[in-house]
Design a protein around this ligand. Structure first.
Ligand code: TYD
Ligand code: MG
Length: 451
């Protein structure tokens, strides 16, 4: 007999409690507990699994070489570690409207084998209209607009597709659970059942997951623990560039990153991002500099733009797009205190071009130089790239993978790169055509650039 049980779940972290609580004692969020009714089968006991699992010597475990399924998207394949592993479950998260459905539909339309695209959000007509924008070629895509977990699993068993896509996991609900679709217990139950199907039939499954306002995947963190790979699809909706980044990968590196451009015919892969991201033909503008950052495993040259002007209001404004505001404030404080630049009464605006977000500390020097260039109103040399972290005393600190950054800058035809003196050890200076200029502090760089 099934027994209905009422449990309170924190909608932020998935913690459960038998009674309502004002503040979650697991994640500290206020007013996040919601009552959910779950049905528990009586004959399920915590020791059930004991009969099935057995202990094996690690030496005796045979590793099968799993052939990966290649999709038609090289960028997607690279990000997930070289193709989809049979039976693996991938979660693609991202803000609404960023292009998750477009990315996965495009993948389904160009997939060699049969794909079951389960859509809980859009009707078959809507999907057809979208598909027509992407390609008119013949495809192996089956559309199933359904939200009931039991029907979906039945169809999966009946059709045995080579790949299942569930868009999105928050719209699917199981009839065994009373709470609404998208609640913690529904998401957990549905994901669990589908993952079980994936593992037992070796069918790969891709989930789309919504993210909440804090930027983490909505519903529980448990969803991220349950799946094999978590991909984040990010970017600025008002810009055309999108980044697909892996944040967890049981079958490959979690450092990979793919770049796409949203055009009228869907998402286009960008193979040489550096050629589209930077604009070398800028005509002597002050406040622009190029930083050699490393996003995932990829060297990316990124344009930093700064505008420094006298504050109109009493409190100067600091605004930053694509770069951490706290880090910008720290860099401004370093310039003020250690290098004697009076920026305290100035408005400072910072923008990373292309709508990208960067968190590589190597961008520090680029940000500092863009700010100084705008403040002095002297343009920087368009042929120079920056790559160093700036410490609290204004010293330049070395950053990781210097040789790759230098190589990339050289490949793109830049004349010089400014780095930390401490980073020189790792670089084979005579082997490079590009001039490598090394300094100990921000003040020395300032002397070099502005005399
Ligand atoms: P969508 O894929 O529906 O996003 P999500 O599933 O993450 O919510 O969003 C697609 C957006 O991209 C939408 O605003 C329209 C735009 N778009 C294009 O610019 N070109 C295209 O070919 C397609 C299909 C969509
Ligand atoms: Mg969608």
């Amino acid at each position: 007999m099934a027994k209905v049980k009422s449990i309170f779940f924190c909608q932020n972290c998935g913690n459960s409690s038998p009674k309502w609580m004002g503040k979650c004692n697991s994640c500290g969020e206020w007013n996040s507990y919601v009552e959910e009714k779950t049905t528990k089968s009586k004959n399920q006991s915590p020791t059930d699994f004991l009969e099935k699992a057995s202990v094996i010597k690690l030496n005796d475990v045979v590793v099968e070489d799993f052939p990966r399924l290649a999709t038609a998207s090289k960028e997607f394949d690279r990000v997930i570690g070289g193709g989809i592993v049979p039976g693996s479950v991938v979660l693609v998260g991202g803000e609404p409207g960023i292009g998750k459905s477009t990315l996965l539909l495009q993948l389904s339309l160009r997939f060699q084998k049969e794909v079951l695209y389960v859509s809980g959000e859009e009707s078959a007509t809507q999907i057809k209209l979208r598909a027509d924008r992407i390609t008119k070629e013949k495809n192996n895509c089956l559309i199933y607009s359904e939200t009931k977990l039991q029907y979906i699993l039945e169809k999966c068993k009946e059709i045995s597709p080579a790949l299942v896509i569930v868009d999105s996991i928050q719209t699917i609900s199981s009839e065994h659970i009373e709470s609404y679709a998208g609640s913690i217990s529904q998401v957990r139950e549905c994901a669990g059942e589908i993952i079980h199907y994936a593992k037992s039939t070796a069918t790969p499954v891709i989930f789309v997951g919504h993210i909440n306002k804090e930027g983490s995947i909505a519903g529980p963190k448990v969803l991220e623990h349950m799946v094999d790979t978590v991909l984040q699809f990010e970017g600025d909706r008002n810009h055309v560039y999108r980044i697909l980044r892996s944040s967890k990968n049981r079958f490959g590196s979690a450092q990979e990153l793919g770049i796409f451009e949203m055009v009228s015919g869907g998402l286009k892969e960008i193979k040489n991002p550096n050629e589209v991201l930077i604009n070398k033909e800028r005509s002597n503008l002050s406040g622009v500099s190029i930083g050699a950052s490393l996003e995932g495993n990829r060297p990316l040259l990124i344009e930093t733009q700064a505008l420094v002007s006298s504050a109109v209001y009493g409190t100067p404004q600091r605004s930053s797009t694509g770069f951490d505001l706290r880090r910008l404030n720290m860099l401004l404080a370093v310039l003020e205190k250690r290098c004697g630049f009076r920026l305290g009464a100035k408005d400072v605006f910072l923008n990373i071009a292309g709508g990208l977000k960067v968190d590589d500390p190597a961008m520090d020097l680029s940000v500092v130089c863009a700010v100084l260039s705008s403040s002095e109103d002297i343009p920087l040399d368009a042929e120079t790239v920056f790559a160093a972290e700036v410490g609290l005393s204004g010293e330049l600190r070395p950053v990781t993978q210097m040789p790759r950054r230098v190589e990339e800058a050289e490949k793109l035809g830049f004349q010089s790169i400014i780095v930390s003196k401490h980073a020189l050890k790792g670089i084979d200076v005579p082997a490079h055509k590009i001039e490598i200029k090394a300094f100990y502090s921000v003040t020395e760089v300032f002397q070099e650039l502005f005399g």
